[in-house]
Design a protein around this ligand. Structure first.
Ligand code: ADP
Ligand code: ZN
Length: 743
């Protein structure tokens, strides 16, 4: 009689290494019950033990050479089948190993190595409390038997509830013998409980109610709600001028989504820059919100992640990585400021969360709402092609007019502030209102130049000039943080005289303090906002009226709502125009519209004073006229002629290494390989380069780039996949960026 033999159980495991496939392992009988897709497993890999991700049960004929998994690391799956499917899509599209995608998607606080790690990483787990059962009826305690300190402890726990051991130690000093005694007597209990560290712990928010929508907001909301019930993927662009009440539309759409029993995901560019948005969500929805972004500690991030995974919250707000949030039954995905380039991750897995919102939304059958005052050219084109629905908010709420813009030609003007801007600042100050000054460059001078030989001070690691920071007394590289004391002597000729050229926010602040000694001035750029919560402190000082003027870089353009700002000054309007990047006009238009949009959001109309050497460019002119449609038409024409997106798809291969010659050779070899594939497969693709990257040298590494362009996404893809499969290994780093944003 043949023995019945159960076939061995085999699982497919993704490993977070740069490998393009997953691996099969056997599950030993002792782990059979625990092994489940969505859990982490410890596996032997070569001579190492690695944490891998169990993807699925697998069928494979030949299991003689398979190794066994060593352990299952999670008691519950970390992600669902639907999420795994999304990760697979991402891995395939960005040509990244699935293991690395999953690793990117997991919160940093999840300890990858510790066995049963998902539960050990929980902090502050135990609370000490009075045991209710044994409270004597009269409340009187046998003091002598306990000792004075233990009696005090008991008193505190009886009257004020529960504490952690650390909190008790703070109040009483060391008290573990007394605690131990109380526990032995059954008077006090230690309770294991998961605590969720609350990233909002320091603050309370006044609750608010939905506002009565104006006619445009109502029309937009109605279109959204009519699609919400269908549970079909419905992507929309919400194009609303600055201050048109987009956020209110998001809030009400989310509110309806929740009422239907579904959840809502909101992506924002950078949460530290938009605490106001988080506050408005909290005011409307209370504590049922999780926030995810890089400003949280690992522990906080992991806590938020678990709250979402367990379904304790149904609203998630986060920066780009929140697109991977373990949220189920998603009814709506909102992408606020969809044009913002911070949705693109620029290293590791180079994904774009704005694009992935559409992908995840399609998989979930959700509503996707891309909101912006200055939508991407590609989004507007998608509307034209019928791939995105369009909702418009053409006016500001309550009919407040858009700010007027006055241009000042800067030819021959000394310093950074024109007489016209100074006068306007004085007027604004006199009427008790606030001003914003925008200059997209930090530091004091752009750079120092030798007055003898004319050489600027440059970074030894990067191909850029050093920026002079007067306050720090240093010349600093904004890419690698290299710094030398300044002003020093010219390293070229030894001449001790260095001239300051160009201006940054620090210089504007310096000049303004001299011109307006009584004004209360704030500066917001990445030099003044290094500490945790520092953005928020600056923003609060604007909000509570304890500042008159805010000077800043593009950080100040992002969505802030300061009702008392009536004047915006732009120092050098064309600063972002002359970059070697086909998107520089689009970026300039967006930046200017956004910064103009900070003026006149309250009851008094706003005005803008725009200083420029040459304001004639269409990006500047259209921004001045608030002419979004005009800009779109002209820019689209330029893109069509030059064959740039949306009329083509791009990928960029970045090669970098410390040896210049090796990088050059490898770049030539990669270009040859790409060209061969293109010819063999007769692909309609165009190769540009290899050329030095715009920043040719960065942090000591030499960088070359090959740009690949095609009108056909599938042919572009075939080329890249073949390149990936045929290339050999090299010491030169090669990174393929699909849909690159940095040119
Ligand atoms: P946007 O996000 O389009 O820049 P906001 O949503 O920040 O605009 O709205 C600008 C201001 O108008 C906010 O202070 C907001 O609270 C207020 N607001 C929005 N909708 C309404 C409305 N229907 N009635 C009155 N005030 C509104
Ligand atoms: Zn540098």
């Amino acid at each position: 009689m043949a023995m019945h033999q159960t076939p061995p159980t085999i699982v497919e495991v993704a490993i977070p290494l740069p490998l393009d496939k997953s691996f099969h392992y056997l599950v030993p009988p002792s782990l059979l019950e625990q092994a489940q897709p969505g859990k982490r497993v410890l596996v032997p890999f070569g001579s190492r033990k690695l944490t891998g991700y169990l993807l699925a049960f697998a069928q494979t004929e030949d299991c003689t050479r398979l190794k066994e998994i060593i352990d299952v690391l999670d008691s519950d799956p970390l992600w669902t089948d639907g999420e795994l499917e999304f990760f697979r899509w991402v891995a395939c599209y960005y040509l990244s190993p699935l293991g690395e995608v999953i690793k990117t998607a997991l919160p940093a606080g999840i300890n990858p190595r510790s066995a049963k790690g998902s539960d050990q990483a929980v902090a502050g787990g135990s609370r000490i409390r009075r045991e209710a059962l044994y409270l004597p009826a009269d409340g009187a305690m046998p003091d002598r038997a306990l000792g004075a300190k233990a009696a005090q402890l008991l008193e505190l726990l009886s009257t004020e509830g529960e504490f952690t051991a650390t909190e008790l130690r703070k109040r009483f000093g060391s008290c573990s013998p007394q605690l131990k005694r109380l526990m032995e007597l059954g008077l006090v209990r230690r309770e294991e409980r998961e605590l969720f560290r609350d990233p909002f712990r320091d603050e309370t928010v006044q609750p608010d109610r939905p506002r009565q929508l104006n006619q445009h907001q109502q029309a937009a909301l109605d279109s959204l709600l009519s699609r919400l019930d269908s549970r079909e993927f419905s992507p929309f662009l919400l194009h609303g001028v600055t201050g048109s009440g987009k956020t209110e539309v998001y809030l009400q759409a989310i509110s309806h989504t929740l009422a239907l029993g579904m959840s809502a995901l909101t992506l924002v560019p950078e949460i530290s820059l938009t605490p106001q948005l988080v506050r408005r969500f909290r005011a409307r929805f209370g504590d049922g919100i999780a926030i995810l972004h890089s400003g949280l500690s690992d522990g906080e991030r992991y806590d938020e992640w678990r709250r979402i995974r367990r379904g304790l919250v149904r609203i998630v707000i986060g920066a780009r990585s929140a697109i991977f949030a373990p949220l189920e039954r998603i009814g709506i995905i909102v992408v606020d400021e969809e044009h913002d380039s911070s949705f693109k991750q620029s290293d590791g897995l180079r994904y774009n969360a704005r694009d992935l919102a559409l992908v995840r939304g399609r998989m979930e059958g959700a509503l996707v709402l891309l909101g912006s005052a200055t939508p991407l050219i590609t989004s507007q084109y998608a509307v034209e092609q019928g791939r995105l629905g369009l909702l418009t908010l053409p006016e500001r709420v309550r009919g407040i007019p858009m700010p007027t813009v006055e241009t000042v030609a800067m030819q021959g003007v000394k310093g950074t502030i024109s007489a016209r801007l100074l006068q306007a600042l004085e007027e604004t100050l006199a009427s008790g209102e606030q001003s914003i000054i925008f200059l997209n460059r930090r530091g004091f001078a752009t750079f120092l130049v030798c007055s003898e030989c004319g050489q600027p001070l440059t970074c030894p690691n990067c191909s850029v000039t050093l920026t002079f920071h007067r306050g720090r007394g240093q010349s600093v590289c904004h890419y690698c943080d290299f710094a030398i004391p300044a002003p020093g002597i010219c390293p070229g000729c030894g001449c001790p005289e260095l001239k300051e050229l160009g201006a940054g926010t620090e210089r504007v602040e310096h000049e303004l303090r001299e011109l307006l000694p009584h004004a209360r001035i704030l500066r917001m750029d990445s030099d003044t906002t290094t500490g945790r919560g520092s953005h928020d402190r600056l923003l609060r000082r604007m909000n509570d009226g304890s500042a008159d003027i805010l000077i800043g870089t593009q950080m100040i353009t992002k969505g802030h709502d300061f009702p008392s700002v009536t004047l915006v000054g732009v120092i050098n309007a064309e600063a972002s125009l002359h970059m070697p990047d086909f998107r520089s006009s689009e970026r300039t238009f967006q930046l200017l519209c956004q910064v103009f949009g900070r003026a006149g959001r309250g009851d008094t109309p706003g005005r803008v004073i725009l200083q420029a050497l040459d304001p004639g460019h269409y990006a500047i002119q259209c921004a001045i006229d608030h002419d979004s449609a005009g800009f779109y038409r002209q820019e689209l024409e330029f893109r069509r002629e030059a064959g740039y997106p949306p009329f083509s798809f791009l990928a960029s291969l970045a090669l970098s290494g410390t040896c210049e010659e090796a990088v050059e050779q490898r770049a030539e070899a990669a270009a040859r390989l790409l060209l061969n594939i293109k010819r063999e497969q007769k692909l309609r693709t165009e190769l540009l380069g290899p050329a030095p990257a715009p920043l040719y040298r960065l942090r000591g590494r030499f960088r070359r780039r090959i740009l690949i362009k095609s009108a056909s996404r599938s042919e572009l893809r075939r080329l890249i996949v073949a390149w990936r499969d045929q290339r050999d290994s090299s010491s030169v780093r090669e990174a393929m960026d699909i849909d690159p944003l940095d040119m």
